[in-house]
Each structure stands twice: as C-alpha cells, then as structure tokens.
Design a protein. Structure first.
Length: 519
C-alpha cells in the first residue's frame, strides 16, 4: 500500500521537506478547505482507462474514487472548468470536485499512470527524435518552464520534465543520465547516494533525443557531441523555482549528462539546525565572531560546506558590518532573509575569477568576506593578506580532514609563517545518513529500502592555538600536527561518527562510509 500524499488546507498546511536542512520545512497554504488525503488506491480504474495521462497532467485532475455513482475528483485551483466538465462527460457519471495542492496532484498522476505502463516502454511512434537545427527556437518557445504543465510539449520534452519532477519530489540533489551498452540508466542522488530510478531501453535515438532536450534547456550546442559542455537552466513547479547546472560528457556509449538541482525555495538553516554539537559550536562561534583571521570549512563535494558558511553568516551578520561574498555559483540569495550583504558570482567568460573578484571586493570596505572556494595560490595569498589587514575571511578547501588544510595551503606555495599568522580555525565536515524512524531502519519505500533517510553533520574542529602556530612556522610534518591537534582537544570525524552510532542515530557501516579517507 503506497503512502498517501498530503493535501494542504488552511488549517493543516502541507509540509514539504526540501534540500538543505533536514529539520527545515516549507509551508504551502492555498485557500482551499480540503482536509482529506490523496490516495493512489482510490483512483478509479475507469478514470485511468478513459482519461489520457497527458490530459490529466495538463489540467491537473485525478480521480479519488466514487460515492453513490458520483465520481470524486481532486483538482487544482488552476484546473479549467471546461476540462473538469469534459471528464464527467467522458466518464458518463456525475462528478464532485474538490481543490487540492497542484504538486500533490501531479505526483499522484505520475504514480498511478506509471503503474499501468511497463517501465521504459515508449512506442517508436511516440519518440521525438533529435531536433534539427532549425527546430531549436520552436522547442524553446513551446517548452514551458513549469514542470506541472504538459500543454504543447512533445513526448521527449514531457519525459525529461517528468524525470526532473520525480527527482525534485524525491528531494534529489542530482540527476544522472548514463548510457550503457544495453540500456540507459536514470539515477538520482538522494542523501548523497545514487539510486537507479529508471532504465530506458537501449535505443540510441531515444537516448540522443533525451540528451538533446537537456542541451536545449541549457542553451548548449546540440550538434557538438565530441567535447564536454556546461549549461544552466531554470524550471518551475508552480511557484517553486529550481536552477539547473548541466554538464555533458562524451563516453564510449554516447553522451551522458548530469544535472545539479538547486531549489531556490528551500529554506536556509538557522545555525542551531546544523546539528553541530556544543563542544564544536562554542569554540567555532568564538572564532567566527572575531574581527580578523581565516576560517576554513573542508570536505568533499556535497558535504554541506556552503550551507554551514551561509548559516554562519546568518548568525553573525548585522547592519553594523559589511559582508561580501564571491561564489561559484550563488546557491542561495541571502538578502531574501533580510541579511544585509552583497553576493558576487564568478564568471570566467567575462574574466571574473575568485582572485580578481576578491581584489575588487577588498575595495568595497568589507568587514567579513566569504570566498566560495580557495582553488589556487593566487586566491589563497589574497585571502591571507586580507585576513592580516583586519578582515574576517571564510572559505572552503577540499581536504580529507581539518589538519590537512594547513599543509594544503603550504603545498599551494603559501609560506608557513603566513599560514601560521592568518589561520584561525578549520572545520572539517561530512553528512551522515540517519536511521529512518518510520521503519526503524528496516527499509521501506520512503527510504528506498535502505533503512536510512535524512542527514545530519559530522564536524571536526581544529582551533589554531599558539602551540600549533609554532609547529606550522617550524615546518612540522602532517603527522606531528595531528598529534598536537589531538593534544589540544580535537575530536576527529571518526570519533564523532561513533558518537552518533552510540546514540542510535546512524549505523556503523554508514559512519564508516562517510569518514573513509579521514584520519
């Protein structure tokens, strides 16, 4: 039995859990008064047989069973009354319609019609093959950005829209389209782990059409298949806006594509919602509220570094300080939460890099600067000089643990005495999946049979003390720095992982997975 989809009401708003903080939720509060739940089991067989999926999706109408020969319909506020009437005529029964949340209806339509179809079976006469060059403008014109709408869209456009809609419904951060020898995999990254959602039949023209559609969305060159390409697009789900970062890469079985999903409607965490334990949060905030120095957040891609930095800026920001950022890309518009700051974005095509962007920021009288990432010696050197001249600097670095950040800066060509003088603290972090409470870790449909759902942070904080500064200046090895850091009270990522295992919040195997490579 599938889990019912909640329908919003004025008294009981739907709670959609979005990417970012597991605890943070967004409320949708339409003006309708429908208080029951939408159930897939209630959708009548007659409705599925007589009403085409495209019609149901276009007009957002779905059956919720019949009562005394009256077909009950769930409709959206935007549903066309004429379409509702036509459904009743087609079914040959009186109808009783009630307004429900548009996104919930769309999810249910996709679910029930998907059960009726064989996975991956798309008739050849319904495949819209690769567009000719002259069709690009027509595709762009007809491709409504709203994923809830299907009007005027060809089958491949609808297929890609459906995949994106499903990925967003599953709270995925990335969508992978990966052609293989015998099939094409559609995979979603959910809670940091890839799950195979669909397998398209190995039909070269079908796969090419899907990739071409994705390229059209990202305003990329569909005729060029021999080199990697990057693009950007924006789609909407009702009032939700989602930015897409698109990357394509030629492989031996054809081009593959990866789409990063950045949901602009997600709510930014409060600092306390990061899950940072008190023995880490207190010394971290002590350093984050000083007037100078560099604070680095380290970890692999997707470990929540930017979310931590955004939440920190939200915590320490005020009208008395000038906060400026240089990012690639800007993942959240901080001004929308009332924070007085300015955000700039890297644009390599126009010559805006982290390094020269940072130079211009320093001319804007900043108090606090956030640099999206230190990637090279030039950026590192400018950041260090800024911290030594009375600025508080935040940035990220790709290292496995906190101690390695010190030697990484030296490897970039920064003199040890400058690292020693400027570095204030290093926070290493990971995101670990939590045991799914609803199924007690046994595995269910909601957690994709993993027994895990939602994530929280593991944090390892290195506070750069006088003794560590001395060791850096004296050229101490990484092993020596680790010994000194532990003597100064550092709790490693492994130790923090075991703390959550002991509390019953995660599993031993999950804790080991996320700290692999860390000391």
């Amino acid at each position: 039995m599938s889990k019912p989809i909640e329908v919003s009401s004025a008294e009981s708003p739907i709670q959609l859990k979005l990417q970012g903080c597991d605890e943070q939720k967004s409320e949708l509060q339409p003006e309708d008064k429908l208080t029951h739940l939408l159930h897939s089991e209630l959708v009548s067989k007659q409705f599925l047989e007589l009403i085409p999926r495209d019609f149901a999706r276009q007009h957002l109408i779905i059956s919720q069973g019949s009562d005394s020969d009256v077909e009950r319909l769930a409709i959206a506020e935007s549903s066309d009354p004429a379409a509702i009437f036509n459904v009743g005529v087609r079914l040959g029964t009186p109808i009783d319609s009630q307004v429900a949340d548009a996104e919930a209806i769309a999810i249910l339509i996709d679910e029930v019609y998907e059960k009726r179809a064989h996975d991956g079976e798309i008739p050849d006469d319904q495949i819209s093959y690769e567009p000719e060059a002259g069709e690009i403008e027509r595709l762009l014109t007809e491709a409504d950005r709203d994923l809830l709408s299907t009007e005027g869209k060809g089958p491949i456009v609808k297929l890609v829209d459906a995949l994106l809609f499903e990925a967003l419904s599953e709270k995925a951060s990335d969508v992978h389209v990966q052609p293989l020898d015998d099939r094409t995999l559609i995979r979603y990254r959910i809670d940091g782990v890839l799950h195979t959602a669909r397998e398209l039949p190995r039909h070269r023209k079908l796969t090419n059409a899907v990739i071409s559609r994705i390229k059209v969305m990202g305003k990329m060159d569909i005729a060029e298949r021999r080199i990697p390409q990057d693009g950007r697009a924006t789609v909407t789900i009702g009032k939700r806006s989602v930015d897409l970062r698109i990357s394509t890469l030629p492989t031996s079985y054809g081009e593959r594509a990866v789409l990063r999903l950045l949901d602009n409607s997600q709510q930014l965490c409060d600092f306390v919602e990061l899950g940072m334990p008190q023995h880490v949060a207190q010394p971290y905030l002590d350093r984050a509220t000083r007037t100078n120095g560099i604070i680095l957040v380290t970890g692999p891609t997707g470990s929540g570094k930017t979310t931590t930095l955004y939440s920190t800026l939200r915590r320490i920001g005020s009208e008395q300080v000038n906060i400026m950022t240089i990012e690639d890309p800007i993942e959240y518009e901080l001004s929308t939460i009332g924070l007085a700051l300015s955000q700039a974005q890297v644009n390599t095509r126009k010559g805006v890099t982290f390094a020269n962007g940072l130079r211009h920021i320093l001319r804007q009288d900043p108090d606090i600067i956030m640099i999206g990432e230190i990637r090279d010696a030039e950026t590192a050197r400018i950041a260090i000089q800024a911290s030594l001249t009375g600025h508080l600097v935040f940035s990220t670095l790709h290292t496995n643990d906190a101690v390695s950040a010190m030697t990484r800066l030296i490897d970039l060509g920064i003199e040890p005495y400058l690292v020693s003088a400027s570095l204030s603290a290093v926070l290493a972090q990971r995101l670990v999946r939590l045991i799914h409470g609803d199924c007690q870790g046994n595995g269910c449909e909601d957690c994709h049979k993993t027994g895990l759902r939602g994530r929280t942070g593991l944090f390892e904080l290195l506070v750069v003390s006088d003794s560590i500064r001395t060791q850096i200046s004296n050229g101490a090895s990484l092993a020596e720095l680790r010994v000194e850091a532990k003597a100064n009270g550092l709790h490693t990522l492994r130790e923090e992982g075991q703390r959550l295992v002991a509390k019953g919040l995660t599993t031993q195997s999950e804790a080991q997975r996320v700290v692999e490579g860390a000391e």
